[in-house]
Design a protein around this ligand. Structure first.
Ligand code: UT7
Length: 325
């Protein structure tokens, strides 16, 4: 029994914020951002949109592609760090929006690795025979978690959502493996200091801008390249494949330099590596399902192709998935 991808969908808000727009907000330049990150623009949710809205549209598109109705969904798992509320889970709001009355739903908090963590749970659920169809979603409204006065971080992130629909099938195609890792020792290199239980909402906390994402970018960069490379090799070795067997490498889209360094270390060609970070920036848990949907729409994913995906994010968390399309 395998969990096969039978539908993909994504949603990007209409509003584009270019590097030139950012030049008017903080001390930065289009040239610096492109040289250091490869990002040219990102999408920003409008005031009426939040994570559940984008996730619902992406999920509905994945269901439409597969021709599956809401009451046929058994489980909804959503990777996000920018849910609509601290609790309950945004996945429950998506469940209600879709009318998926037979599905149970929960969120996974693994930052930029959230989608692959969610995919791993969904795959285990299907392989164990506990259900037939699972929506796996990554959705973020990072524009509400980013400090728009901090040039170190605000130029990097954007909003969006992507989803895949997994279906249990007797097939050689589908999810072949998921490998996940964490190391909580690196927490303070990439995190949101407030307003959880440790630093609840306070006037001082608001003044210190504790509710915004904080990152020591260059430290994160080094660990990210190393971890993405290692966990990708782990996926290939576990299944007896090499880089030459990979049809498309669909990594988390954080920074073009990270992607290029990882691709090179893995011995993959440019043609094998899918990149869209220039258009959307880093949408954290949403980058991989958005990229899968775009790669599919562009005709880059053909039946039988081997798809390698890897992510790295706050926690630290990192992981990989190998999928036979
Ligand atoms: O999704 C997973 C988690 N996140 C990531 O994977 C992101 C990982 N890190 C990165 O992508 C990169 O480290 C950044 C793009 C964040 C930064 O690039 P960098 O080459 O590591 O630059 P840096 O942090 O070492 O900063 C170099 C200089 C500094 O100035 P000084 O100290 O050399 O005078 C920064 O203050 O660039 C300055 N700088 C900026 N200048 C113009 C930082 N941000 C900006 C900016 N515009 N937006």
């Amino acid at each position: 029994m395998k969990a096969r991808i039978v539908g993909t969908g994504s949603y990007l808000p209409e509003q584009t914020r270019t590097n030139y727009d950012l030049e008017k907000m903080v001390d930065t330049s289009h040239d610096w951002i492109v040289a250091r990150t490869g990002i040219e623009e990102r999408r920003i949710a409008d005031a009426t949109e939040c994570t559940s809205d984008m996730a619902t549209i992406a999920a509905q598109r994945a269901m439409d592609m597969a021709g599956v109705t809401a009451d046929e969904i058994d489980m909804i798992v959503l990777g996000t760090i920018t849910g609509d509320y601290p609790w309950p889970a945004t996945a429950c709001i998506v469940q209600a929006n879709l009318g998926a009355k037979n599905a149970f739903a929960y969120d996974v908090s693994a930052a930029c690795s959230g989608f692959l963590y969610a995919l791993s749970s969904a795959n285990d659920f299907i392989v164990a025979g506990r259900g037939k169809r699972v929506l796996v979603i990554g959705a973020e409204t990072l524009s509400r978690a980013v400090d728009w006065t901090d040039r170190n971080t605000c130029v990097l992130f954007g909003d969006g959502a992507g989803a895949i629909l997994l279906e249990a099938q007797e097939s050689d195609s589908g999810v072949l493996s998921c490998h996940l890792h964490s190391d909580g020792n690196f927490l303070e290199l990439l995190y949101q200091p407030g307003f959880g239980a440790k630093h609840p909402v306070s006037v001082e906390g608001i003044g210190a801008r504790l509710s915004y994402l904080k990152m020591q970018g260059n430290e994160v960069f080094k660990v990210a390249v190393r971890s993405l490379t290692e966990v990708s090799k782990e996926a290939l070795a576990a299944n007896g494949y090499t880089s030459a067997d990979v049809g498309q490498f669909i990594p988390h889209q954080a920074n073009l330099r990270i992607l290029e360094a990882t691709t090179k270390r893995l011995g993959l060609t440019e043609e094998q590596s899918f990149i869209n970070v220039h258009k959307y920036g880093n949408t954290s848990g949403a980058t991989i399902p958005i990229a899968i949907d775009e790669a599919y729409q562009q005709g880059l994913l053909k039946e039988g192709d081997l798809i390698l995906s890897a992510a790295f994010g706050g926690g630290f968390t990192w992981g990989s998935a190998l999928i036979r399309w």
